[in-house]
Design a protein around this ligand. Structure first.
Ligand code: DGT
Ligand code: CA
Ligand code: CA
Ligand code: ZN
Length: 584
């Protein structure tokens, strides 16, 4: 068991403790602090336990150390298992509702004996929640909204969940000798931010017999991750996988593959203007293929690839990410589609947390990882002082951090440049958490909202615009604060925010975390069209958090970004000039 796993269990213990009837806030806080202390430990925790070296670590009392030892030695923690077993499941379910924390959950549970989210919804409708001590009408409405949001998104999945399930099965199918071509289609291929179901298209040789298709379908429905088979035929089978996501496999003749792949890649919205264009050229496109003429007099146009289909319709190839009816057909006809950015175009990353605030790795560790990944620069952005819950830095600690960065930069000269950044809180009134003299000491400043999510849209927009007008702000972090499938973001007028950012030369990030992917790709395109340079930021809190960059690349591509539109494709010198010029 490594330190990240142990810290995660302690974080969960803190939550479970807070959900107990007569919870003691100090006990919970002890586990939160312990989780942070463990994350920040240098070295292998199992070794530290074996050597008895945990004693004396700030944040780790003797009880906690015993529990760490139990976890390291047995892989379990009886205390945690008991807590889990004794916590009513509905309390954990309620945690998923935005704006409802342990305190409110305990009141709801104790006073109204609620056993399910459906009962909670009922209690809201009967106006019972509003009358609980410390609640009120507004809270009740928020809970109803939160429940509706959960219900609406209950049947969708985050991209990485769908991708992992799809990849496992695609990899298995790829080994079958009967299969000629094989491709994931649907929203996953288009790299949407959330996925309804997985669509896969396979082909067999045109002269293959029924046996080949049956073998493929048998193999597919017998995959270990298949939980249920909801349909099984010669051309289409459907299953439900372990995570609850559904998957359709279609098997067609290889000569039909391009048209079938194109159809099931979608989107439905992309197909509408495309079909219209085909008809205007006296052609027909459907899920079987491309034809000259109109029904019923169809004459097939042979196409070996999707590019052939687009070419026959008089346009350039349209990448799957762009197939959303956002103007891509017209651009393909006129040859003005962008060359989309790729992960290899990035020269560095700009929004990363270290152990100085709530990250789990030291700046040195992150720097070495960035070198290994071939980056030229690393922008460290720990939290500012208002974010006390996340270990935000006071001005005194900032000075120490900057000394450490200076030393590392001397040592790593020629290999990596570490940029001094901050993820500075935007306070309620739009003022930044650090004074201008402090902000001036950074190479660049990311400004983010982490509090007061419930302001009116007008107030929230005003707050954001004020932050944007601060000359030290270079990048706005996760601009709407949304958490996909969990909560909508805070309400603000993103069109006004983009316009103001463009006017002040401020960038708005694509936060690449798969639960955020914020700003949304539709807004990315709008910002790009107005000339904004957009950074793709990992917002990493641990080394593996740098991997999420590729989800951000997907969103950048959906937003029509080419390498030149992305801030962190710049070389180090050009990037530093960019930040300096902004301030001058
Ligand atoms: P999802 O699964 O909700 O994340 O989104 P998609 O785009 O994967 O949608 P899905 O799985 O329902 O269908 C896959 C593709 O098949 C879709 O993008 C386009 C095509 N398709 C499905 N239903 C229709 C339809 O009624 N009309 C047209 N033109 N195409 C359809
Ligand atoms: Ca789908
Ligand atoms: Ca489907
Ligand atoms: Zn943040």
């Amino acid at each position: 068991m490594d330190k990240n796993q142990i810290a995660a269990i302690f974080e969960e213990v803190a939550v479970l403790l807070a959900l107990q009837e007569d919870s003691n806030p100090f006990e919970g806080r002890a586990y939160e602090n312990a989780a942070r202390a463990i994350n920040a430990l240098d070295g292998d925790i199992e070794q530290l336990v074996r050597d008895g070296k945990l004693k004396g670590t700030p944040g780790l009392g003797s009880t906690i150390i015993k529990r760490v030892e139990e976890l390291v030695n047995t892989g379990h923690l009886a205390f945690y298992d008991e807590l889990r077993a004794s916590t009513p499941p509905v309390k954990l379910q309620m945690l998923r509702i935005a704006g409802v924390g342990p305190k409110k959950i305990n009141v709801i549970y104790d006073k109204l004996h609620i056993n399910s989210i459906a009962e909670l919804e009922q209690a809201c409708r009967e106006d019972k929640i509003a009358h609980l001590p410390g609640f009120g009408k507004k809270t009740q409405d928020n809970i109803l909204q939160g429940i509706a949001f959960l219900a609406q998104h209950a049947d969708r999945f985050l991209y990485p969940v769908a991708e992992e399930e799809a990849e496992r099965i695609r990899g298995a199918l790829a080994k079958l000798p009967e299969i000629v071509r094989l491709q994931v289609a649907g929203s996953l291929r288009r790299r949407r931010e959330t996925i309804g179901d997985i669509d896969v298209v396979a082909s067999v040789a045109d002269d293959a017999g029924e046996g080949a298709r049956n073998r493929i379908m048998d193999f597919f429905t017998r995959q270990p991750s298949v939980e249920a088979i909801t349909g099984k035929g010669e051309t289409k089978s459907s299953v439900v996988l372990g995570s609850g996501i559904a998957m359709d496999l279609r098997v067609v003749k290889d000569s039909q593959f391009p048209a079938t792949l194109h159809h099931f890649t979608g989107s439905k919205e992309h197909h509408i203007p495309l079909r219209r264009r085909a008809l205007s050229m006296n052609m027909t496109i459907n899920d079987y293929g491309l034809f000259k003429g109109k029904e019923p007099h169809l004459e097939p146009v042979p196409c070996k690839t999707e590019a052939d289909i687009y070419a026959a319709l008089g346009m350039g190839y349209i990448e799957p990410e762009l197939r959303e009816d956002m103007g891509e057909i017209e651009a393909a006809v006129h040859g003005t589609l962008p060359v989309l950015v790729q992960e290899g175009d990035l020269r560095g990353v700009l929004h990363v947390h270290s152990t100085w605030s709530d990250g789990q790795n030291t700046i040195r560790e992150i720097a070495e990882e960035c070198i290994a990944r071939g980056y030229q620069y690393l922008g460290i952005t720990d939290h500012s002082k208002a974010a006390a819950y996340a270990g935000g830095l006071t001005e005194d600690r900032l000075r120490l951090q900057h000394e450490e960065i200076d030393h590392l930069n001397e040592e790593l000269a020629g290999r990596l440049r570490i940029l001094k950044g901050t993820e500075c809180d935007i306070l309620k009134d739009g003022v930044l958490d650090y004074a201008d003299e402090v902000l001036a000491k950074f190479d660049f400043v990311v400004a983010s909202i982490h509090s007061n999510f419930n302001l009116s849209p007008e107030e929230q927009t005003r707050r954001m615009l004020r932050a944007i007008s601060n000359p030290y702000v270079d990048i706005i972090g996760h601009p709407t604060g949304r958490l996909l499938l969990e909560r909508v973001g805070y309400m603000l007028d993103m069109e006004a925010v983009i316009d103001a950012a463009v006017k002040h030369g401020v960038c708005i990030e694509i936060n690449a975390h798969p639960s955020r992917l914020d700003m949304d790709w539709r807004l990315v395109k709008r910002a790009r069209d107005k000339g904004m340079k957009i950074p793709i930021d990992p917002d990493a809190h641990v080394l593996a958090g740098l991997d999420v960059i590729r989800y951000g690349i997907g969103i950048a591509r959906k937003g029509w970004l080419s390498a030149a539109d992305v801030l962190n494709t710049m070389e180090t010198g050009a990037l530093l000039d960019f930040f300096r010029r902004r301030r001058a």
